[in-house]
Ligand binder design. Structure first.
Ligand SMILES: [Mn+2]
Length: 315
């Protein structure tokens, strides 16, 4: 029987992995719908430290990591938590994509009609829970806990500008199903796991959570959410700038920004590699780059605040 692979973006974050698992669980409960019978959540790259922590905490096995070579011509693909080609696993045949569930700006063009579920909410997991409710499906306790974690992670504990009332309403419902009584303590646990850069090399920090955008110039924006912004921008600054230089060449991007976001202080500082980036960043956010750093204030959302400002500055 053909497989329907459900997959998040490259370098998946918790929402990308969990949304795929949640949709697979919904399909398991609604097997007679088209393409639901043999749905398998998969990942394009290994789990990040935050997701690894959560899977260990709840005793969950990670979805299988695949490449496009694992997808046969009869199989179908569902994209979650992304839509743009530049963020997809390399080599996916667009003609095999049957559905996209996402909360990002759409940048797509397909040859045939496909199913699209887009909502401007804080996480794809929020949309997944909505889809479950529509079908009268209650997530399992473990998936509910992971969906809550994904919402908390994507909305930075309901603090990010992307947070909507739906995220809070559904987050509360998921906490009840998951029997998590202290959501604030759970949020801090997730923040700590997300912030742990001790195991990451400089290159891994630069590629921690990056997206490549076609803003006229090929622009890479990496974001690190941490509670250790000061330490990173003092002790690690020189080696991170060196790593940025080599990643920029390796990935062939014209502009590279690394956003170091302090999730407790609610502040982002951009690491600025060269003159080209400095000019764009100053046009986008104002202020002056000092010692390769631009303080852009309380902007925490790449999607809503950082990427759109850079896109506008490049237009
Ligand atoms: Mn997301």
């Amino acid at each position: 029987m053909p497989t329907t692979y459900i997959i998040g973006h490259q370098k998946p974050d918790t929402d990308a992995v969990v949304a795929a698992m949640a949709l697979a669980e919904l399909h398991e409960n609604t097997p007679t719908q088209p393409d639901h019978a043999n749905s398998v959540p998969v990942i394009a790259d290994p789990l990040n430290p935050e997701t690894t922590f959560l899977f260990e905490k709840f005793g969950v096995t990670a979805p299988r990591q695949i490449t496009a070579a694992d997808i046969t011509a009869e199989d179908k693909v569902i994209l979650v938590d992304h839509n743009e080609e530049s963020q997809r696993m390399t080599g996916i045949n667009p003609d095999q994509i049957v559905n996209i569930v996402d909360h990002h700006k759409a940048n797509i063009n397909f040859n045939a009609p496909i199913c699209l579920v887009f909502r401007p909410w804080g996480s794809t997991s929020t949309i997944m829970y909505h889809m479950m409710k529509t079908k009268n499906v209650t997530p399992s306790k473990t998936i509910a806990a992971l969906m809550l974690a994904a919402i908390l992670s994507d909305t930075v504990g309901f603090k990010s500008a992307t947070t909507t009332p739906k995220d809070k309403e559904y987050g509360e419902e998921l906490a009840k199903i998951a029997e998590i009584s202290d959501v604030e303590a759970f949020t801090l646990e997730i923040f700590k796991a997300k912030s742990d850069v001790s195991a990451l090399s400089d290159e891994e920090i630069v590629k921690n959570d990056f997206k490549v955008f076609e803003f006229g110039k090929k622009t890479m924006i990496d974001q690190l959410e941490t509670v250790e912004q000061d330490m990173i921008l003092t002790e690690k600054k020189a080696s991170l700038l060196a790593a940025m230089q080599s990643v920029k060449a390796e990935l062939g991007v014209e502009l590279l920004f690394v956003a170091i976001t302090d999730i407790l202080k609610v502040n982002t500082k951009l690491l600025i590699l060269g003159n080209a980036e400095a000019q764009v960043a100053q046009d986008a956010f104002g202020g002056t780059v000092t010692d390769n750093i631009l303080d852009i204030g309380p902007k925490m959302s790449r999607k809503k605040e950082i990427a759109p400002a850079i896109e506008k500055a490049l237009a």
